[in-house]
Each structure stands twice: as C-alpha cells, then as structure tokens.
Design a protein around this ligand. Structure first.
Ligand code: HEC
Ligand code: HEC
Ligand code: HEC
Ligand code: HEC
Ligand code: HEC
Ligand code: HEC
Length: 456
C-alpha cells in the first residue's frame, strides 16, 4: 500500500526531475551564447586553438588556474578592463602585456559578468566544429550550417514543449492528490455539519468504502506519470529512423550497393579523423562529368530513369557545369545536404579510432551476427546496411547506452600494431587479474567506459 506521504514524495520527485531537466536545457545555452559573443567580440584577435593577435583561449580558465593560480574573478577583471587591471599593478596582467609586445586588448566595459562567464564556458567546453565547406573547389561540401541550426532550433522547441506538457501533467497530478487529501480530511473531521457532510457524503463515502483501491489507483497513476516522464526524457535526443529529404535524391543503394562504390571513396576523411565528411560536389563530378544519364537496371518502385537523370542534372546546376561547353561556366552553389547524425556537443566521437584502430574488432563482432563480405563492413556495424538504403536513415539509437554496449562486448584486436605496442603488458596482467575472462580484452578493459574518453 502506498501511503499519502509516499504519494506526495512521488509527486515531489517528478517535480524535481522536471526542474532538473529544465535546468539542463538552460545550461546548454551558455556555451552557445558564449560562442556567439566570442565570434562577434573576440575572434578578431583570438582563436581557441592557436595564437592570433592574442594568445589561444581554448581552456584558458584551467591554464591560468594551473600556471598562474588566477581564478575566474581575475579573468572577469581582465576581460572587462585589462588596461585598468594593468594600471593597478597586477603582476600577470603586465607580464602578458609585455609578452605580447604591448599589444593593446580592447576594453569590454559593456560585457556583463554573465556574458563573460558564457564566453569562458565556451572556451572551456567549445561545441564541436561543424564540417566546413570545401575551400579547395569553392564548391561547398558537407552540410549546410543553417540547416543544422534550424534542426537544432527545432529540437530545442520540441524539448521545451515536452517539458511544459510534462510540467502541466505533474502540476495537475499534484493538484488532484491534494484535493483528494482534503476530502479525506474533511470526512474525518468531527466538526463537520450535517449539511457539509451531505455535500461530501456521496464522494466521501464512496472513497472511504474503496479506500484502499482508490489509494492504490492514485499511487499507480503517479508511478505511471513518473515512468512516462522518464521515458520521454530518455527519448530526447534519440532519432533512430530519422531520414530527412535531401536536396538531391542521392541513392546509396545505387552507388554503394548496385555499383559497389567504396564508402571511403566518398567519405574519405573517416580514416583520418574525427569527422567523416560528406563529399563535395567535385567528388561527384569526378564521375558525373561522364555519367550524365541514368542507364542502370535498378529502379526503385515509384521512380523512373528520367527522374534519376533529372537528379544528375542537379549536380551540374550545383557545380556550374555546362554539358554543351563541357566546362564549368557558372559559379558553383553548394549542395545543402541535411545532416542526419549529430552527437551532442559534449560527446567526443572519432571515426578513425573505430574505422582504423577498431576495424578488425568491429568487423569480427559484426560478422558473428551477420554474413556480409560486401564493401566497408566496418561502417555497417554502426550505420546499418547503408548500401541497401535509397534514403539514408539512422539505423541505431546513437545513445550513450549504445556506445557502452558495444564497448562492453567487443574484444579489441590485440594484433594491430598500435594496440600490440601500447598494451604490451596489459594482456598478461589482465589474464592474471581476471582468470575467468580467459584473457579476453574488451574495449572496456582498455578504458572504453571511462567518462572522459567520450566527454570533454
Ligand atoms: C584587439 C585585439 C583583441 C581583442 C578584440 C580581444 N583580445 Fe584578448 N588579448 C589580446 C592580446 C594582444 C592579449 C595579450 C595580452 C596583451 O597584449 O594585453 C590578450 C589576452 C587575453 C587574455 C589573457 C590570456 C592569457 O593567456 O593570459 C584573455 C583571457 C583574453 N585576452 C580574453 C579576451 C576575450 C574574452 C575577448 C572578447 C571578449 C578578447 N580577449 C578580445 C587582444 C585582444
Ligand atoms: C558516391 C558517393 C558516396 C558513397 C560511395 C557513399 N556515400 Fe554516404 N553519403 C554521400 C552523400 C552525398 C551523403 C549525403 C546525402 C545523404 O544523406 O544521402 C551521404 C550520407 C551518408 C551518411 C549520413 C551522414 C549524415 O548526415 O549523418 C552516412 C552514415 C553514410 N553516408 C555512410 C555511407 C556508407 C556506410 C557508405 C558505404 C556503404 C557510403 N556512405 C557510401 C555520398 C556517398
Ligand atoms: C565513383 C563514381 C561516382 C561518384 C563519385 C558519384 N556517383 Fe553518382 N552515380 C554513379 C553511377 C555509376 C551511377 C549509376 C549510373 C547508371 O547506372 O547509369 C550514379 C547515379 C547517380 C544518380 C542517379 C541515381 C540516384 O542515386 O538517384 C544521382 C542523382 C547521382 N549519381 C548523384 C551523385 C552525387 C550527388 C554524387 C556526389 C556526392 C555522386 N553521384 C557521386 C557514380 C558515381
Ligand atoms: C563505431 C561506430 C561507427 C563506425 C564504425 C562508423 N561510424 Fe560514421 N558515425 C558514427 C557516429 C557516432 C556519428 C555521429 C558523429 C557526430 O555527430 O559527431 C557518425 C557520423 C557519420 C557521418 C556524418 C558526418 C559526421 O562525421 O558526423 C558519416 C558520413 C559517416 N558517419 C560515415 C561513416 C563511414 C563511411 C564509415 C565507415 C568507413 C563509418 N561512418 C563508420 C559512428 C560510426
Ligand atoms: C560497433 C562497436 C562500437 C560502437 C557502437 C562504439 N565503439 Fe567506440 N570503440 C570500439 C572499439 C572496438 C574500440 C577500440 C579501438 C582500438 O582497438 O583502439 C573503441 C574505442 C573507442 C574509444 C577509445 C577508447 C580508449 O580507451 O582508447 C572512444 C573514445 C570511443 N570508442 C568512443 C565511442 C563513442 C562516443 C561511441 C558512441 C557514439 C562509440 N565509441 C561506439 C567499438 C565501438
Ligand atoms: C563510449 C562513450 C561514452 C562513455 C564512456 C560515457 N559516455 Fe556519457 N554519453 C555518450 C554519448 C554518445 C551521449 C549522448 C547520448 C545521446 O545523445 O542520446 C552521452 C550522454 C551523456 C549524458 C547526458 C544524458 C543523456 O543520457 O543524454 C550524461 C550526463 C553522461 N553521458 C554522463 C556520462 C558519465 C558520468 C560517464 C562515465 C561513467 C559517461 N557518460 C561515459 C557516450 C559516452
């Protein structure tokens, strides 16, 4: 039986969770605001990762704390009015001024403390860089920044709506609980006049008669609400199945499936770094200068050859290519692909780590469940069978639980050069430490569950 006290606790708890989650949404805005301010006020002289006119500011809070034992208060003073701080005889302020050949930093008397804190938050936890447009060809690669921000804006709105609805439900529930409680109290009150009693009699008696059932029902309701809340919160940021429409109907099934074009021919940066970029229109043109019509056997139901050919012409529009002149005659217009996968800013994910170092490990665990010797199997372990998709969709949750699950279960490949050298002694040590594991070394054993590995 759930007592009144407990029911109140439950309502209160849901409320706390509600407030807490709301707080999370607000906290995220800080670094964003900081980024905007940084771009408008500081980026003419500072970058995060390199010295420009002034020093690199990435992680400056931690650096000054460590090297100079200066805290945020000092930074507030410096950023607001570095000149005044220097004149006050502050040691480090003068030292850094000398070091930069007495280059004067702008005075920002108009920045509020909160604004400066936002900027510092940005320098400590910068949101991940969006892939840049391809500078070489001028023809833009990758995803369009406005599309990303529109999507983010949309996400934020959805989250806010959800939270408001949940808040309303929690409020209503609390109200009902309190109201019922009042009724019970009233019923038990010896000073109740007969008239009052009449008013409440029917309900009160009814309630009394089914007291236990009623309480149980209410308790259940509260639990359900809590469960719903929890689920909804866990669902935020899960976009499995997300498949936006793209500006050109580009089919992975036709390219990677039918024509067996290697994933990494187009997504060539997956091997070298963090981001697996979307190919620029130049890459498309390497082939499509010569492939101007669709003559393939495969046609998706509902589509026609003419439709596909029409889509190829869109590449020409984007690249400024003229078929008659066989030359680029118009200025290129970047193709504005809509980004599908997008980890939150506080997550660090690196393609090379998985596609190169982890390749064999991932392939062999994928092959335990799937028979597949087609191209680039490693990609599929995370992205699903892209080579069968006409329109790319998110094939997995891409949540923390999803990353962790694979790190728990996948044995690392101890034969690859890097791991062999790096973990020379680990293997034997683990064997001794966990004899039951039979010397199995999973990603977890090499630290793949440590928070700092995936979070900035
Ligand atoms: C006109 C160029 C200029 C602008 C704009 C500018 N700075 Fe500076 N900043 C400098 C220079 C130069 C230094 C090195 C010290 C000196 O010469 O005074 C510096 C130093 C700093 C330092 C000390 C770093 C260290 O490693 O000791 C911080 C922090 C800083 N700037 C923050 C900011 C912030 C935040 C903004 C934007 C609100 C900003 N700066 C805008 C030129 C600039
Ligand atoms: C001929 C070039 C080409 C080949 C080959 C290719 N892709 Fe793509 N890929 C693209 C383009 C263009 C997009 C953006 C449009 C879209 O989403 O369909 C894209 C998008 C993607 C996305 C979604 C990116 C996002 O926005 O989050 C994934 C994942 C992906 N490709 C994986 C693969 C895999 C895995 C293979 C191999 C089986 C592959 N690609 C082969 C060109 C290619
Ligand atoms: C390695 C060569 C190659 C590259 C690179 C390439 N394609 Fe293709 N593309 C093909 C082939 C082959 C076909 C099928 C032609 C046929 O069967 O007649 C095709 C067909 C198409 C079609 C019609 C079918 C469909 O998918 O809708 C479109 C549109 C298209 N490509 C767009 C692109 C875009 C956009 C890019 C750059 C992101 C690109 N292609 C890069 C080889 C390539
Ligand atoms: C271990 C899982 C994993 C493997 C293996 C993997 N990816 Fe990804 N991929 C991801 C995640 C996670 C993201 C989202 C990254 C982000 O938003 O920062 C992503 C994003 C992408 C994107 C969108 C651009 C970007 O980097 O955000 C493309 C394109 C892509 N992957 C292609 C590939 C290709 C091609 C391969 C194989 C060579 C591959 N991926 C292998 C997990 C994986
Ligand atoms: C399909 C399985 C798989 C998935 C899913 C996966 N990983 Fe991994 N991950 C691996 C393997 C295998 C390694 C080990 C690579 C090696 O041998 O160095 C690894 C290594 C790492 C490392 C380095 C760990 C270390 O201790 O050096 C990081 C960081 C990482 N993954 C982040 C992520 C993130 C973030 C996600 C989710 C977005 C993710 N991984 C999803 C298989 C996976
Ligand atoms: C293998 C990579 C990986 C490791 C290790 C990892 N995380 Fe995460 N974490 C993620 C990813 C990916 C997300 C984003 C999930 C999403 O967008 O749904 C995330 C999200 C979060 C969130 C936001 C809440 C949420 O569920 O979206 C918190 C808080 C968090 N992690 C804390 C931690 C802590 C604490 C640890 C250490 C015990 C840790 N993480 C270890 C990958 C990891």
């Amino acid at each position: 039986m759930i007592s009144w006290k407990k029911q109140r606790h439950i309502a209160f708890l849901s409320f706390l969770i509600f407030l807490f989650s709301f707080n999370g949404v607000l906290a995220q805005g800080d670094a964003k605001n900081g980024q905007t301010l940084f771009k408008s006020k500081c980026s003419s002289c500072h970058a995060l990762d390199k010295q420009v006119v002034g020093p690199a500011l990435g992680g400056v809070v931690a650096r000054l704390k460590k090297d100079q034992n200066l805290d945020e208060a000092w930074l507030l003073k410096w950023i607001k009015n570095n000149e005044a701080l220097r004149k006050s005889g502050d040691k480090y302020a003068n030292q850094v001024y000398e070091k930069f050949n007495k280059t004067q930093m702008t005075v920002f008397a108009d920045l509020s403390d909160q604004n400066i804190k936002d900027i510092l938050e940005y320098t400590s936890n910068p949101p991940k860089e969006e892939p840049k447009a391809d500078a070489a060809g001028g023809a833009g690669a990758g995803m369009d920044a406005t599309a990303i921000s529109a999507q983010k804006e949309q996400d934020k709105k959805t989250t806010a709506m959800l939270l408001i609805t949940l808040g309303a439900i929690t409020g209503l529930l609390t109200w009902v609980l309190l109201k019922l409680r009042q009724l019970v109290k009233l019923q038990a009150d010896p000073l109740l006049t007969p008239e009052d009693a009449k008013k409440t009699k029917s309900f009160g008696e009814y309630y009394k008669k089914y007291n236990k059932v009623a309480k149980a029902l209410l308790g259940l309701l509260a639990l359900l609400a809590l469960y719903g809340l929890w689920n909804a919160l866990m669902g935020i940021g899960v976009y499995k199945g997300y498949r936006p429409e793209q500006p050109i109907y580009f089919s992975h099934k036709i390219h990677a499936g039918e024509n067996k074009i290697d994933c990494q021919l187009c997504h060539s940066s997956a091997k070298y770094g963090k981001v697996s970029e979307i190919p620029s229109v130049n890459v498309c043109m390497n082939c499509h200068r010569n492939i101007s019509e669709y003559k393939g056997k495969y046609i998706e139901p509902g589509k026609t050859r003419e439709f596909y050919t029409g889509q190829i012409k869109e590449i020409y529009k984007a690249s400024g290519w003229s078929e008659e002149k066989q030359a680029y005659v118009n200025p290129p217009k970047p193709i504005q692909w809509t980004r599908i996968h997008n980890m939150p800013d506080f997550v660090y994910f690196n393609h090379a780590q998985h596609v190169v170092a982890g390749e064999q490990a991932i392939i062999s665990s994928w092959n335990k469940k799937n028979k597949d010797n087609q191209i680039d199997v490693v990609c599929k372990a995370c992205h699903g069978k892209i080579d069968t998709m006409n329109v790319v969709e998110m094939a997995n949750d891409f949540t923390m639980g999803w990353c962790i699950e694979c790190h728990r279960s996948t044995e690392v490949d101890m034969t690859n050069g890097y791991n062999k050298e790096y973990f020379k002694n680990l293997h034997t040590k683990l064997k001794k430490q966990y004899p039951a594991s039979n010397g199995k070394v999973t990603v977890e054993s090499i630290g793949g569950l440590e928070c700092g590995k995936c979070h900035y």
